[in-house]
Design a protein around this ligand. Structure first.
Ligand code: GLA
Length: 730
C-alpha cells in the first residue's frame, strides 16, 4: 500500500495490495487525467500510460482544437460548459448567472491517516495502515476550489474518494450538482450491474448493456430507497464469482443519489456517483465549503466474489463503529408480525416468557406503544407511553421482561408526524411542506422538518427521555415514508434546494447524538423494511432490517442482493410464521431458520400461538445460531449458486478466515421428479487441509472438494434446506 507522486512526470500512483490507480497532471494548465485503474503495475512504468491514447495530447498553444481535446480527454473529475460535452459531474452557477467551470491542478498533499468528513458517515482507519491524498483543483475565474480526496487501507483493494468544494470568491456560488466521483475509462465489454427493487423485494440484481449515452439509476425519494441501491458495478463476465474484471462503486450516503455510466462517441465511458441533483441547489457563501459524501471504489480481477469479500472486510473493519459489530447479537423476538397494533403488556409478557423458555434473549416491542396508536393512522410524534396498553408504564414492562431474564428493545419512528397527533396540532409548521399546498400523505403520515434545530432538539429530547426511563438495550429506528413537497419554513427561498441533503445531515446528527449518549445501545435501522439499507446507515447501526418480506424463499433473493455488498452480520433476518404474511407461502420451519441464520437472526411471530412442533424446534435453532454465528459474522462469504438466477436452488458458504471451518447453506426451492444428483464444486477451502463433513464419516482434501465437489443431499419436497458443516481435521 502506498501513495506516491512522480515529480518529474507529474503522476500520482495509488497502490493497494493488488491494484494501481494512476492520475496524471497534463500540460501547462494542469488538466487532471484518469490514466489507469486496475491490476497493479510497476511505479516505474506509470509514465508509459502517457504514451497510450492519442487524446492525452494537450491542446496546441493556438487553442484551435481545444474542444476536441476536452471532449475526449479522460478526466479524473469533470468541469462544466467549457468544451467537454459529455455528462458533467459538477454544475455551478456563479454570481453572474454563468455556469462555466474549468477545474485544474493547483496543489496536493499526501499524508498518513484519513480526515473525518464533517457531519457525514465515512470510513475510518488508524494513521498506521491508512494513507490519503488530497488534490486541490482550482477555477480562478469563478473562485472555486475542489479538493479531491483519495484514501486507502492496508490489505484492502479499495480506494475511497470524496470531493470538497470551497468558495474562494467574494460572492455566492450555487452548487447545482456535485458528484463525489467521476471516472473516465475505456469500455471493454463491461455490463452494468445495479440493484433495483420495491417494498418487500429489495435489491434484485440487474445486468444491462452499456449503450451510447447515459445509463443511470437514482433516488430522489429522500432516502437511498427500495427502488435502487446506491451501488453499481462494471462487470466483464456477468455474474461470475471468480473470473473477469469488476469495478464496484458503493456510496456511503443514505439520501438522494444518482449514479451511472455515460458512453461517448469514442467508446469511452464516464462513471459517476454522488448526491442526487434533482431538486438540489446549495448556496455556498464566500469562504464556505461543501463536503460531498464518499464513494468506495473497488477493483477485482477475480469476478464478483472478490468484490463482495473486499467490501465486507472494508465495512466490517473501517465503517461500522458499534461495539456490537464483532459480537454475537442477542436473539430477539419482535412482536410486529405477532400482534401488529393489537397488544398490551400481558400479551408481550406471555410472549417473553415463552421465548425465554426457548432460549431467545430479547423482546422487541414494535409499533403501537405510544399516543393513541392503535393503527397506522395516528400518533407519530406523540412519544408518550400508552398506559392503557402498557399497564403501569414502560418501566414496569421493561422490569418485568428483565425479571423473566430477557433484554428489552423498542421501536421508534422519530422522523415522522401523523396529521392526527398532538405534536401536529401544536406544531403544524414542523412538517415538511410547501405553503398553500396540502402535503402529500403516505401511510397517513408527514415527514418532520429535521432541518430545523428546534424540531431536532425536541425529537431527540423525546428519544432520550424514553431511553432513560427504563432499561432499554435496543432501538429499531424506522422511517416509513419517502419525502416530497420539499419545502421548509426554516429555509430562505434561495436555500430551499438544500432541504433533502440538510434532512439527511439532520438524521445523521440525531443518530450520532444517540450512539454517543448511549454507547451500549444496539441500534437497528429500518425503513419500511430495507429502504435505507446503505453504507451510510452502517456507520451508526451495525445492523439494518433487510426487508418486510420475511418469507424464506423471497429472502434468498433479497439477502443475495444485500450480501453482494454488505456483510451478513448487518442483515436483519427473522423467522416468521406461516402462511407468510407478505406472500402467503408456507415453508418448513427449519428452512425459515436456516435462511435467517445468514443474518442477525431472530423471531417475528407469536410464539404462544405457533404450532407446537415449530415451537419445540426453536431451542435447536437457537443452538445452531450460537454454534455458527462466529462464522457468519466474521467469515469470508462465497456465493455458490443463485436462486435469483437459476429459479431452482440457492447455496452460499461462509469460511473462517483461517479456512479451518466452513458452513454451506443449501436450499432446494423447487422439487423435481426423479432428480439427477447435484454436485456442488467447493473451490474456496484450503487445498491441503483435510475436511470432515460433520455428521458423516467423510474426510476429504480441500483440493478434492475443489475439483470434484460434494454431492448435495437429496431433499424431498419444495423449500427444503440443509446446513453442511466442514471442519479441517488436519
Ligand atoms: C415498518 C417496518 C416493520 C414494522 C412496521 C411498523 O414497515 O419495516 O418491521 O416495524 O414498520 O409500523
Amino acid at each position: 500500500m502506498n501513495i506516491r507522486f512522480d515529480e518529474e512526470n507529474r503522476l500520482f500512483v495509488i497502490d493497494t495490495e493488488n491494484t494501481s490507480y494512476v492520475i496524471g497532471i497534463l500540460g501547462e494548465e494542469g488538466f487532471l487525467g484518469h490514466l489507469y485503474y486496475g491490476d497493479k503495475i510497476e511505479f516505474e512504468d506509470a509514465p508509459y500510460l502517457y504514451k497510450l491514447p492519442q487524446n492525452l495530447n494537450v491542446p496546441e498553444p493556438s487553442m484551435r482544437d481545444r474542444s476536441s481535446f476536452l471532449d475526449c480527454y479522460p478526466f479524473e473529475y469533470t468541469s462544466n460548459n467549457v468544451g467537454d460535452y459529455r455528462k458533467s459531474g459538477i454544475e455551478i452557477t456563479d454570481d453572474n448567472g454563468h455556469t462555466s467551470l474549468q477545474l485544474c491542478y493547483e496543489s496536493h498533499e499526501i499524508y498518513k491517516g484519513k480526515k473525518k468528513l464533517e457531519g457525514l458517515p465515512a470510513t475510518f482507519g488508524e494513521d498506521t495502515g491508512t494513507m490519503s491524498l488530497d488534490i486541490v483543483l482550482k477555477d480562478s475565474v469563478v473562485g472555486l476550489n475542489a479538493i479531491l480526496t483519495y484514501s486507502i487501507f492496508e490489505g484492502l483493494d479499495t480506494v475511497i474518494r470524496s470531493v470538497k468544494l470551497i468558495n474562494e470568491s467574494n460572492k455566492n456560488i450555487f452548487i447545482d450538482k456535485v458528484m463525489s466521483m467521476t471516472m473516465d475509462m475505456d469500455q471493454e465489454d463491461y455490463k452494468l450491474l445495479t440493484l433495483y427493487g420495491s417494498w418487500a423485494r429489495e435489491r434484485m440484481m440487474d445486468f444491462r448493456d452499456i449503450g451510447y449515452g447515459d445509463t443511470s439509476i437514482e433516488s430522489f425519494r429522500g432516502e437511498s430507497s427500495h427502488q435502487f441501491q446506491p451501488f453499481m458495478a462494471l462487470v466483464q463476465n456477468g455474474d461470475s464469482q471468480d473470473t473477469g474484471k469488476v469495478y464496484g462503486f458503493s456510496f456511503v450516503y443514505s439520501g438522494n443519489f444518482e449514479a451511472g455510466v455515460c458512453k461517448s462517441q469514442f467508446n469511452s465511458i464516464r462513471m459517476y456517483m454522488g448526491i442526487g441533483s434533482k431538486n438540489f441547489r446549495w448556496k455556498l457563501k464566500k469562504g464556505e465549503s461543501f463536503q460531498a459524501p464518499e464513494v468506495v471504489l473497488t477493483y477485482s480481477s477475480e469476478g464478483l466474489g472478490k468484490m463482495t469479500r473486499t467490501l465486507h472486510d472494508l465495512y466490517r473493519s473501517h465503517l461500522i463503529r458499534s461495539k456490537y459489530k464483532d459480537m454475537e447479537r442477542p436473539i430477539l423476538i419482535n412482536n410486529w408480525e405477532a400482534t401488529y397494533f393489537d397488544f398490551d403488556s400481558d400479551k408481550l409478557l406471555a410472549i417473553a416468557k415463552e421465548a425465554k423458555n426457548s432460549g431467545i434473549e430479547m423482546l422487541v416491542m414494535d409499533d403501537g406503544w405510544f399516543g393513541q396508536r392503535n393503527d397506522d393512522n395516528s400518533s407519530l410524534g406523540d412519544w408518550f407511553v400508552n398506559e392503557d396498553k402498557l399497564k403501569g408504564g414502560l418501566k414496569k414492562l421493561v422490569d418485568d421482561v428483565n425479571a423473566i431474564g430477557m433484554k428489552f428493545g423498542i421501536w421508534m419512528e422519530p422522523e415522522m408526524v401523523s396529521p392526527v397527533s398532538k405534536l401536529h396540532e401544536e406544531h403544524p409548521d414542523w412538517a415538511i411542506q410547501v405553503p398553500g399546498r396540502e402535503p402529500c400523505r403516505s401511510r397517513n403520515q408527514y415527514v418532520l422538518d429535521l432541518t430545523r434545530k428546534e424540531v431536532r432538539d425536541y425529537i431527540y429530547g423525546r428519544i432520550k427521555d424514553i431511553l432513560t426511563s427504563a432499561n432499554i438495550e435496543y432501538v429499531k429506528w424506522d422511517m416509513n415514508r419517502q419525502l416530497c413537497d420539499l419545502g421548509s419554513l426554516g429555509l430562505a427561498a434561495d436555500t430551499q434546494g438544500e432541504l433533502s441533503h440538510r434532512y439527511m445531515l439532520a438524521v445523521y446528527e440525531l443518530q450520532e447524538r444517540l450512539v454517543t449518549d448511549f454507547p451500549d445501545l444496539l441500534l437497528e435501522n429500518c425503513s419500511g423494511g430495507g429502504a435505507r439499507f446503505d453504507a451510510g446507515m452502517l456507520y451508526y447501526s451495525p445492523q439494518i432490517w433487510c426487508s418486510d418480506d420475511t418469507d424464506a424463499i423471497e429472502r434468498l433473493k433479497i439477502q443475495e442482493g444485500t450480501s453482494l455488498i454488505f456483510p451478513l452480520s448487518t442483515m436483519g433476518a427473522h423467522v416468521s410464521d406461516c402462511p407468510n404474511h407478505t406472500v402467503g407461502r408456507t415453508t418448513p420451519f427449519k428452512t425459515r431458520g436456516d435462511v435467517a441464520l445468514a443474518g442477525t437472526f431472530g423471531y417475528e411471530l407469536d410464539i404462544t400461538k405457533i404450532p407446537s412442533n415449530d415451537r419445540e424446534d426453536i431451542p435447536r435453532q437457537v443452538a445452531v445460531y450460537h454454534k455458527y454465528n462466529h462464522l457468519v459474522r466474521g467469515g469470508d462469504y462465497y456465493r455458490l449458486s443463485s436462486y435469483q438466477r437459476n429459479h431452482e436452488m440457492d447455496a452460499y458458504m461462509v469460511v473462517s478466515k483461517d479456512k479451518k471451518e466452513a458452513l454451506i447453506t443449501y436450499v432446494k426451492v423447487v422439487a423435481s421428479p426423479n432428480p439427477a444428483r447435484k454436485i456442488l464444486k467447493v473451490p474456496y477451502l484450503s487445498k491441503d487441509a483435510i475436511y470432515q463433513i460433520e455428521g458423516s464419516d467423510i474426510k476429504v482434501k480441500g483440493s478434492t472438494l475443489e475439483r470434484v465437489g460434494i454431492v448435495l443431499p437429496s431433499l424431498n419436497g419444495d423449500y427444503q434446506s440443509e446446513l453442511i458443516h466442514l471442519v479441517a481435521i488436519d
